[in-house]
Design a protein around this ligand. Structure first.
Ligand code: ADP
Ligand code: MG
Length: 701
C-alpha cells in the first residue's frame, strides 16, 4: 500500500465527520488513518461473562452487565434534560443515562426484559451510572455471539458522552480495514519472521482488532510488540553509532602528570575495585576519537565524586578545561570545597559559579574561563548561561542528572566547537534489566561496590504516636556525639501546608531539645542562599546537632558524623527519594539509622514502599520495586528514549521481548549497518517512515 494513504486525515473516513474527527483528536490524539489503525485495544472482553452490579467499585471500568430496566424517568437539569433508567440485577441497582435520543429510547426500550448492557461506569457517591450504554436484548446478544472476545479500546468520559462508544470505534476500524483493503505492508524481514515465528503484519493487525481465536490474538500481540520495540532499539542503536562515527571527540591521549601526581600523593584512601574499573572505562572512552556520552551509576555513598575528579584531571592533563555541574547551590558548594581540599597544593585553579555569585566576581570568572586560566568550574545551572564561555571545555560532569532536563544537557554540548565529553552521574539506579534498553544510546558504567568499612544502615518504621520514644533515641545518639537529620516533605501542590508542618515540627523539636545543650539548624527553600549556606555550614562543622530540613538536602550532601535520618510523613515520599535521603547517613564509621515516621493511614503502595526500605539497602533492588509500583513513566530518560510513547508494548511487562528486540536489532546492524541488502529493504523502508514522524522520534541531545 502507498504509505501516504495511512497519513490521510480521519475526517475522510466514512463515519467520521468534522465533529467526531475533532473529538478523536482531542480525546485520543488520533489524527490519521494510521493513528486509528494503531489504536490498540486495552483488553478484550469475554462476551459470555457478565459483571454483577454489586461488584462495581470505582469510576472508569468498562463492563458488561446482564439485568433489567425496571423504571424510566426524565430528570430536569440546568443544562438540559437527561433520561435515567433504573437497571437491576440480583445484586443491586444502577442508573443508565442518556443525554440525547430520549424519544427513541423511550419508544424502543422494553421494561422488565433481560438486557445485556455494556459501557463505562461512573460513580457518584454510592450510585453507579453508565452513560449511553450499548445495549441488546439478551436473546439478540446470544444469537450474535460469533466470537467471544470483544476488544475494549481506550476511552474517556467525553468520548462515551458524545456517543463515540466502544462499538463505534470498532465500527470505524472495520471501515478502515475495508477502505484500505487490509493491505498493510510488512515491516520485518523474511528471516526475522521465520526465526521468531512471527505472523505477518497484516494478519497481526487484523487479529489485534478482530481476534479470530485466543491463539491468534496472542501471536498478534507478540508480533506487534516485537516490531514496536525492535524499531525503538534500531533508532537508539543508530543514534549511538552516529555519535561514535560522525561526532568527533576530543582525544585525551595522555595520562599526564597531574593525574599521576594526585594518584600517588593526594588520594586520601585506596580506590575500590569498582572505582578503578570505572575510571579505566572512562579513560578508554575519552582516549578514543569518539565523543564520550556516559552514564555513571552508583548508589549513594559509592564514591562517584572522586571518580569525577580523576576524570577532570585527565582533561586538564590534556590541556582542556572541565566543569562539574550540580543541581543545588548547597551541593555545588560542597563539591567546590571538597575539590579545593583534595587539590590543595596542586597547581590547579577551581572556581564556583552559582546564582548568588556577585556580578564582579562573575565577570572575573568569565574572563578566566575564556583565557583558559581557570581549569575547573564548579556550579549550578548558572554554568549553562550563554555568557559562560570556555577556552576549551573538554569534559562536563553532571551530578545527579535527574534534576537536569535534556535541553540543558544539550546546552553543554554547545559550549565547545567539538562537543565536550559528557559524564552524567546518578545515584538513582536504573534496574539492571532495563538500563541497556532504556539508554540504548548512552554508555553505562556502574560502581557496584561501597567503600570498605561501611556498616549497613538500620531502617525502621515508626508511627507518629511513638514520637517520644524516637526523641529519646535521638537524645542518646547526640550524647554519643552524633548528628541527626529530620526531613519534612515539600510538595509543590501543598507547599504552604508543608512549610507550616516544617515550622511546627521545628518548634516542637526546639522545645524538646532546648538551648544551650542542643543546637539546631534549619534549611529550606524559602531561605536566602547565604542563610542556607550558613546553617548548612554550622551543621557540617558539627556546631549544630540537629538539621531540620526539607528535601533540599536530598542529594549529595556529605556529613560523615551524621548517623540518624528521621523522615517525617515518609508515606508521602517516593521510593527513590527515600533511598536518596537515607543515603545522607551511613557515611562514617558509626552505625547509622533511618527512621521512617508515618501516620496510621497508609495506602497499600505506601506500605510496600516502607517495607521495601526496611528490608533492603540495595538501590537496584529498590529501583526494581519502584518500577513495578510506578511504571516507567518516572524513570529518568524514558522521555528521551521514545519508550514512553509505546502503543502496545510495556517495557516492564514485556522486558523479555524488549531484550530479544534489542538483540536482533544489534545483529542486524552488525551484519548490514546501512540496511542495504535486498532482504533488509522492508526494514529500511519502515524505519525511514518512522523516523520522519517527529512526534514519535523527536529527540534533542
Ligand atoms: P556519592 O557516590 O554518593 O557521590 P561520594 O563521592 O560523596 O559518594 O563519597 C561518599 C564518601 O565516601 C565520601 O566521604 C568519600 O570521601 C568516601 N569515599 C569515596 N571513595 C572511597 C574509598 N574508595 N574508600 C573510602 N572512602 C571513600
Ligand atoms: Mg554525590
Amino acid at each position: 500500500m502507498n504509505p501516504n494513504f495511512l497519513q490521510t486525515p480521519l475526517v475522510y473516513l466514512k463515519g467520521v465527520g468534522p465533529n467526531r474527527a475533532e473529538t478523536l483528536k482531542v480525546e485520543l490524539g488520533l489524527e490519521t488513518f494510521g493513528d486509528l489503525l494503531q489504536l490498540y485495544p486495552n483488553r478484550y472482553l469475554d462476551k459470555t461473562q457478565y459483571y454483577k452490579i454489586g461488584q462495581l467499585k470505582d469510576s472508569g471500568a468498562d463492563v458488561q452487565i446482564l439485568g433489567k430496566i425496571v423504571h424510566l424517568k426524565t430528570v430536569e437539569q440546568k443544562r438540559g434534560k437527561r433520561l435515567v433508567a433504573s437497571f437491576v440485577d440480583d445484586t443491586g441497582q444502577m442508573d443508565l443515562v442518556w443525554f440525547r435520543s430520549h424519544k427513541w429510547i423511550r419508544e424502543n426500550i422494553k421494561l422488565n426484559e433481560p438486557y445485556v448492557v455494556f459501557g463505562r461506569v461512573n460513580r457518584y457517591g454510592s450510585i453507579f451510572s453508565m452513560p449511553h450504554p450499548e445495549m441488546e436484548l439478551l436473546k439478540v446478544h446470544q444469537a450474535g455471539l460469533k466470537i467471544s472476545m470483544q476488544p475494549i479500546y481506550p476511552s474517556t468520559e467525553k468520548l462515551s458522552n458524545s456517543g463515540i462508544t466502544n462499538k463505534v470505534i470498532s465500527k470505524l476500524i472495520q471501515q478502515l480495514f475495508i477502505e484500505t483493503k487490509a493491505d498493510f505492508d510488512e515491516t520485518l524481514s523474511q528471516s526475522l519472521l521465520e526465526e521468531l515465528k512471527l505472523i505477518a503484519r497484516a494478519d497481526a493487525l487484523l487479529n489485534i482488532h478482530f481476534p479470530k481465536s485466543q491463539e491468534l490474538l496472542a501471536r498478534a500481540q507478540f508480533r506487534l510488540k516485537f516490531e514496536e520495540l525492535f524499531f525503538v532499539q534500531m533508532q537508539l542503536l543508530n543514534k549511538k553509532a552516529v555519535r561514535k562515527h560522525k561526532i568527533k571527540g576530543l582525544p585525551f591521549d595522555q595520562v599526564g602528570e597531574k593525574f599521576k601526581f594526585f594518584f600517588t600523593n593526594h588520594l586520601p584512601f585506596e580506590l575500590t575495585n569498582a572505582q578503578k574499573r570505572v575510571i579505566k572505562e572512562i579513560r578508554n572512552d575519552m582516549g578514543s576519537s569518539a565523543q564520550m556520552n556516559r552514564l555513571l551509576q552508583g548508589d549513594v555513598g559509592s564514591g562517584k565524586t572522586i571518580v569525577a575528579l580523576m576524570c577532570m584531571l585527565l582533561a586538564i592533563d590534556n590541556d582542556y578545561q572541565a566543569c562539574l555541574m550540580a543541581p543545588t547551590e548547597i551541593l555545588a558548594n560542597q563539591h567546590y570545597n571538597g575539590l579545593k581540599e583534595l587539590l590543595a597544593d596542586m597547581e590547579i585553579t577551581v572556581a564556583i559559579l552559582t546564582g548568588s555569585v556577585k556580578k564582579s566576581a562573575r565577570r572575573t570568572i568569565h574572563e578566566q574561563l575564556e583565557s583558559g586560566e581557570l581549569n575547573i568550574l564548579v556550579g549550578t545551572h548558572a554554568v549553562l548561561e550563554d555568557k559562560v564561555q570556555f577556552k576549551n571545555l573538554g569534559l562536563a560532569v553532571i551530578d545527579e542528572q535527574h534534576r537536569f532536563g535534556v535541553a540543558q544537557r544539550s546546552k553543554l554540548w554547545r559550549k565547545n566547537s567539538l562537543p565536550p565529553h559528557i559524564l552524567v552521574m546518578t545515584a538513582t539506579p536504573i534496574p539492571r534489566t532495563l538500563a541497556m534498553s532504556l539508554y540504548g544510546d548512552l554508555d553505562i558504567s556502574v560502581i557496584d561496590e561501597l567503600p570498605p568499612g561501611r556498616k549497613a544502615i538500620k531502617t525502621v518504621h515508626r508511627y507518629d504516636a511513638n514520637r517520644l520514644k524516637v526523641f529519646r533515641f535521638i537524645k542518646d545518639e547526640i550524647k554519643k556525639g552524633r548528628q541527626v537529620y529530620v526531613v519534612y516533605p515539600l510538595i509543590q501542590e501543598s507547599e504552604a501546608m508543608d512549610y507550616k508542618d516544617l515550622m511546627d515540627g521545628y518548634e516542637s523539636i526546639a522545645r524538646e531539645f532546648p538551648l544551650p545543650d542542643f543546637q539546631i539548624s534549619i534549611v529550606h527553600g524559602q531561605m536566602k542562599p547565604q542563610d542556607k549556606d550558613y546553617e548548612m555550614e554550622r551543621f557540617v562543622k558539627g556546631e549544630t546537632q540537629i538539621m531540620v530540613a526539607t528535601t533540599v538536602i536530598e542529594v549529595g550532601v556529605n556529613v560523615p558524623n551524621a548517623s540518624v535520618m528521621i523522615i517525617e510523613s515518609a508515606e508521602r515520599f517516593g521510593l527513590s527519594q527515600l533511598h536518596q535521603l537515607r543515603g545522607r547517613v551511613g557515611r562514617g564509621a558509626e552505625q547509622s539509622f533511618c527512621i521512617l515516621m508515618t501516620s496510621h493511614k497508609l495506602s497499600s503502595d505506601a506500605k510496600t514502599r516502607l517495607e521495601t526500605m526496611v528490608r533492603t539497602n540495595d538501590g537496584f533492588d529498590i529501583a526494581e520495586v519502584d518500577l513495578k509500583l510506578r511504571g516507567p513513566g518516572d524513570l529518568m530518560g524514558t522521555q528521551q528514549s521514545g519508550l514512553l510513547n509505546l502503543k502496545i508494548a510495556d517495557i516492564v511487562k514485556d522486558n523479555q521481548i524488549l531484550k530479544s528486540a534489542r538483540y536482533y536489532a544489534m545483529q542486524l546492524l552488525k551484519a548490514d549497518p546501512k540496511l542495504e541488502k535486498n532482504e533488509h529493504l522492508v526494514i529500511r523502508k519502515a524505519y525511514a517512515t518512522l523516523v520522519k514522524d517527529k512526534a514519535i522520534w523527536g529527540y534533542i541531545s
